[in-house]
Design a protein around this ligand. Structure first.
Ligand code: PGA
Length: 259
């Protein structure tokens, strides 16, 4: 079964007010969006982007969230209710840059997923191994541990909106993307792991690929059975390349249906 494609941009710590405006105008100007599309921008631009794309089907998201929803004395933190309040429908949780640069643990990530779910914001949970872990033959154990932390902490029905992003760390921002076969192997493994908790959840769960997705490699990756879209970093900063990736996902989906 193929689930509908989902293509999410991850701007990371990039962009400016005028870039938000340009991107939003292009998104809104597109006659029809080929698939479900979202863009996760820095906190300070969420509201601007959300207002600019209001009335379209584009989902705006954050890139991180506090590990609790209640307001309180936590300088610098932004909770999931605040994200929802300014128009965010999605949030990326557990990106490898947050794991490596800010020391986020699986425990932190579980708390953040819980906070997002409580506030009705869809969590996009990133998992993936480093080059060293892959070379040592440990990619499945690494990904399983990251997944299990989340899957074992909630009831399957609570995770109905969960999106998993498989992002091999060695492919992020390096131009060194996973081959379509490597992506499919990892995605089908992830789906199997989710199925061990709940097969219905596994069937419906979108597992998207991230790591140097570009217009010229997107279609081959999207054609894989268990790849349901992409989390796009660098190439999402430019509207044309982002739109080309979204278009490639739909092309691949149609080919899968007819082929
Ligand atoms: P990239 O980033 O597309 O620039 O490799 C992907 C990501 O980190 O989400």
């Amino acid at each position: 079964m193929k689930r509908g494609s989902l293509v999410i941009g991850n701007w990371k710590m990039n962009g400016s007010a005028s870039e938000v405006d340009h991107f939003a105008a292009a998104l809104k100007g597109a006659e029809q969006l080929p698939c479900e599309v979202g863009v996760c921008v820095p906190f300070v631009y969420i509201e601007r982007m959300a207002r600019a794309v209001a009335g379209s089907q584009v989902v705006v998201g954050g890139q991180d969230v506090a590990d609790r929803v209640d307001p309180g004395a936590l300088t610098g933190a932004v909770n999931a209710r605040m994200l929802g309040d300014v128009g965010a429908g999605d949030v990326i949780v557990g990106h490898s840059e947050r794991r490596s640069e800010y020391g986020e643990t699986d425990q932190n990530i579980v708390a953040k997923v819980g906070a997002a779910l409580e506030a009705g914001v869809r969590p996009i949970v990133c998992v993936g191994e480093t080059k060293q872990q892959r070379d040592a033959g440990h990619f499945q154990q690494v990904v399983d541990a990251q997944l299990d932390a989340v899957l074992s902490s909630f009831e399957s029905r609570e995770l109905a909106s969960l999106v998993v992003a498989y992002e091999p760390v060695w492919a992020i921002g390096t131009g060194d993307t996973a081959t379509p076969e490597e992506a499919e192997e990892a995605h089908s493994h992830i789906r199997g792991r989710v199925a061990a908790y709940n097969s219905e959840l596994a069937d419906g769960c979108r597992i998207i690929y991230g790591g140097s997705v570009k217009p010229d490699n997107a279609a081959d990756i999207f054609r894989q059975d268990n790849v349901d879209g992409a989390l796009v970093g660098g190439a999402s900063l430019n509207y044309d390349s982002f739109a080309a990736i979204a278009a490639a996902s739909v092309e691949a989906e149609q080919q899968n249906k007819t082929g």
